[in-house]
Design a binder for this molecule. Sequence first.
Ligand SMILES: Cc1cc2nc3c(=O)[nH]c(=O)nc-3n(C[C@H](O)[C@H](O)[C@H](O)COP(=O)(O)O)c2cc1C
Length: 192
Amino acid sequence: MEHTATSGMADRGFRAAMRHLPTAVAVLTVRTGAGPVGMTAGTVGSVSMDPELLSVCLRRDSRLTGAIADSGGFVVNLLQEHQTAIAQWFASAERFGVRDEFRGIGWHPAPNGGHPVLTDVACVFECRMEAQVPNGDHLLAIGGVTACRVSPTARPLLSYLGRFHRISGPADDPPVRGAPGPGAAHAGPSFS
Ligand SMILES: Cc1cc2nc3c(=O)[nH]c(=O)nc-3n(C[C@H](O)[C@H](O)[C@H](O)COP(=O)(O)O)c2cc1C
């Protein structure tokens, strides 16, 4: 093992080790009274199938933490591999200096709640906020998924070792037993 870490040594070991975890790249969006806000997040995870729940970790002082609590909901926009500029924009401090951080970015309001749905993303999860659980310097937001839409031919964007990556293709032959394939049936609310 290249790095070792004990409690309190996050910068020397844990942080470096976590960079080895490939993650999907999403933009969380919320409609607020002052206009739409968004942030890039690599911590979206599945929590429960019944009911449908997902999670995302936010810095405690993130604007989105307050915005989600105030609005009671949010949208997870899973980016495609050609959307690195959007991922960079919604992670940069530059956007705090502009009047409309969504200017020049295609979006429409989600049917439930009006939170921004970005154009041409791989997958959209519309969520109502179920819980915000403080954990260390972050907060785990649990979203109850009220609707989701998948673009079947989309190619998701990944984050790995501090760079954006694309998926090159399956590494298993035959497919993993028990894993849901592309045609797997699933039950749930208003999903398409
Ligand atoms: C690939 C990538 C993934 C990120 N994932 C997260 C995340 O899961 N949670 C988080 O709080 N910040 C994450 N960030 C950093 C935020 O996007 C960044 O700090 C942003 O400016 C926060 O916006 P806010 O202060 O408006 O909430 C990520 C950044 C990048 C580039």
